[in-house]
Design a protein around this ligand. Structure first.
Ligand code: F6P
Length: 328
């Protein structure tokens, strides 16, 4: 399919929001305008493409947003875009405005949609990894992970204070339906005694044993960080078993939930988002399409959209040992 040089580009955010999406939108809009392109903001992800909810963006449209969480373009998980009829409507709306290139900020599901769209219609895309889960191949960073994990660390530190005051065991659930990165990083950084993630089978006997052994030594303050997708059914599931087996322990559950998705992005997330947003537009201008922009070993890295799939957490076995030794 012959593709001409882009002149008008659209930017959208799709899937779960993540802190730093606004910084990425700002970078895309300003880089586009700097290069003489017209830039459009597409509201609520692919839904706005279907509903023709598309707004013209100027430099001032993205003023004062680099520090804000959420996304000024709003976001959605759009079922209609899975259907050919939905994509056809979206195409007609883009065509009527002359939009000939897209920047998609989201996760692997959003990239699959972009790839499918380009196979059927002549509008190419560049993807930016926007997810707090950090579970995308081809990049060391995803926009929002650093903020989310720091939010979790701040919350867990606070929980440790009250756990210590009451000699309690806290089971803290962090986000991550399929990926354990938030649990792993926040658990290590807060000195958690156990970290449970979807990618590893939870050894409940081992946890019970170590709690019993700690009880004997009168070490009564313990934190267990659990990813929501752990095979024991998150924090509630783990707590149920511990309560049955060790009824004498004073335990509490705390689910951090969506606070991990909001808040002002950290410096790192703003830098990552700005750098990736800038490169996304450069790529569209150079005719380098249907790729996801990542950063690997501090270099910009391109991954074909069809390969930018979910990544499973691989734990360095050294961490497992370090967690055990440092929490003993
Ligand atoms: O993908 C980001 C994420 O926050 C996951 O960690 C979590 O499982 C999911 O989204 C929650 O989605 P929702 O906001 O639709 O409940």
């Amino acid at each position: 399919m012959a593709i001409n040089k882009v002149t008008k580009i659209g930017v959208l955010t799709s899937g779960g929001d993540s802190p730093g999406m606004n910084a990425a939108i700002r970078a895309v809009v300003r880089t586009g305008l700097y290069n003489g392109l017209e830039v459009f903001g597409i509201m609520r992800g692919y839904q706005g493409m279907i509903d023709n909810d598309i707004v013209s963006m100027e430099s001032k449209s993205v003023a004062n947003i680099i520090q804000r969480g959420g996304t000024i373009l709003k976001t959605a998980r759009c079922k209609e875009f899975f259907e050919y009829e939905g994509r056809k409507k979206a195409y007609a709306n883009l065509k009527s405005r002359g939009i000939d290139g897209l920047v998609i900020i989201g996760g692997d599901g959003s990239f699959r949609g972009a790839k499918k769209f380009h196979e059927e219609f002549d509008i190419p895309s560049v993807g930016l990894p926007g997810t707090i889960d950090k579970d995308i191949v081809g990049t060391d960073f995803t926009i929002g992970f650093d903020t989310a994990v720091n939010t979790a660390v701040e919350a867990i530190d606070k929980i440790r204070d009250t756990a210590d005051a009451h000699d309690r065991l806290f089971i803290i659930e962090v986000m991550g339906r399929d990926a354990g990165f938030i649990a792993l990083h926040s658990g290590i950084a807060t000195g958690a005694e156990n970290i449970l993630i979807p990618e590893r089978k939870t050894d409940i006997e081992d946890i019970i044993q170590s709690l019993q052994e700690k009880e004997k030594r009168k070490k009564l303050v313990n934190l267990i960080v659990v990813a929501e997708g752990d095979d024991f059914g998150g924090a509630e599931g783990v707590n149920r078993v511990i309560k049955e087996r060790l009824p004498e322990l004073d335990t509490r559950v705390c689910v951090l939930g969506h606070i991990q998705r909001g808040g002002s992005p950290t410096c790192l997330d703003r830098l990552v988002a700005s750098r990736m947003g800038y490169h996304a537009v450069e790529c569209l201008i150079e005719g380098n399409y249907n790729i996801m922009i990542g950063i690997k070993e501090n270099r910009i890295n391109h991954t074909p959209l069809e390969k930018a799939a979910k990544m499973k957490t691989r734990i360095n076995e050294e961490w497992i040992k370090i967690i055990r030794v440092l929490s003993s």
